[in-house]
Design a protein around this ligand. Sequence first.
Ligand SMILES: Nc1nc2c(ncn2[C@@H]2O[C@H](COP(=O)(O)OP(=O)(O)OP(=O)(O)O)[C@@H](O)[C@H]2O)c(=O)[nH]1
Length: 371
Amino acid sequence: MNPHKLLQPVRNDDPSFDTVTISEDQFESILNIQQSILDSIALDHKEPDILSDLCRLAQDLLPESAACIMLLDDKTDTLNVLCAPGVPTEHHHRLKGIKPGHHNGSCAAAVYFGKPAYVVNTFNDPRWEGNRDLVKDFNMCSVWSMPIRNRDKKVIGSFALASFEHRSPTNFHDRLLKMCASAVGILLERKALRKLALIDKLTKLWNRTKLDETLTKQRELMSDPDHGYAVMLVDIDLFKNVNDTFGHNVGDAVLVELADIFREQIGSDGIVGRWGGEEFMVILTKPHCNRAPELAQRLRQAIQQHSFKTVGTVTVSIGVCVVAKKTRTIEIIDSADQALYQAKKLGRNRVSVHYKNKPKQWSIEELVECA
Ligand SMILES: Nc1nc2c(ncn2[C@@H]2O[C@H](COP(=O)(O)OP(=O)(O)OP(=O)(O)O)[C@@H](O)[C@H]2O)c(=O)[nH]1
């Protein structure tokens, strides 16, 4: 079979479409992009980097153009920019909150109708009626957009090429956009699966694998003398009693409610995960690690004050290790564990802090009970 046949669009009923046959070189350039994506996946590059490269490679094949990936936010039913290396970051806000529909632009139309939208003249095409300022401000004369689908074939966004001159797409551009949209769909699925592999099923917090990865990364960053971090081990007090009294399902519900308090109290200040069973870990980096004892106290109090369904009051003990010098991860965890043991020994519902390798002015290691 002639391999070029594989590159012909099945049928394109868009009147603006220019049915020029794909040349050997163009065929080659599409294969090169595919190869480059496969290489990046094999080298385990992260999705944002691969998506940026993909945009750059695609826009290189159309002089005077910029590629853009828009993602559909299910909650707000709006399109937002995910990646657009050709558009200065300070203008990205202009590509936010676009409603899929008939006249909000090419991506809005592609997502709304679930088929490609090839707009050759954005200055008079009705599909850009509601967003004419945008194309005029950026001099985007033509914008071609292809829907991106997930593995269930649901439209989740669009891949677009905006051109700074009026142009009709050819078979080659149609195939290029289809390949890019399909690659983005696969890469986004991959990203979601990678994330899923790092999430604890019950609490939806990070799991042990993610915590281990984070600890390793933090240790490496300690080569920089300005870096620092803190590790908190949080253990529920007398949790066996909860299980024995109310049953394992109620115990599980307590873990889920507790996870919500972690999210509320720590938020984006740190990485929170389930270390195992009824034990959680919080990793704080600068500047938050300097406040680790204070944050641990706040967390402990919030948990004590929360009224858990069925169970009522639940308390936790927290061991904190503040790290100021490169130390083996196993020693950091051991220090946090020692501090936790101390908190339990002193009567539970308290925070103990172990300063590991303090800076000179602190001189000695000490264990501070601060509940
Ligand atoms: N419901 C539920 N219980 C769990 C889970 N993982 C661990 N546990 C329970 O957590 C309890 C831990 O008990 P212990 O290690 O004796 O400690 P504790 O009762 O919390 O007492 P202290 O730690 O000394 O305050 C055990 O009963 C475990 O079965 C889980 O995923 N779900």
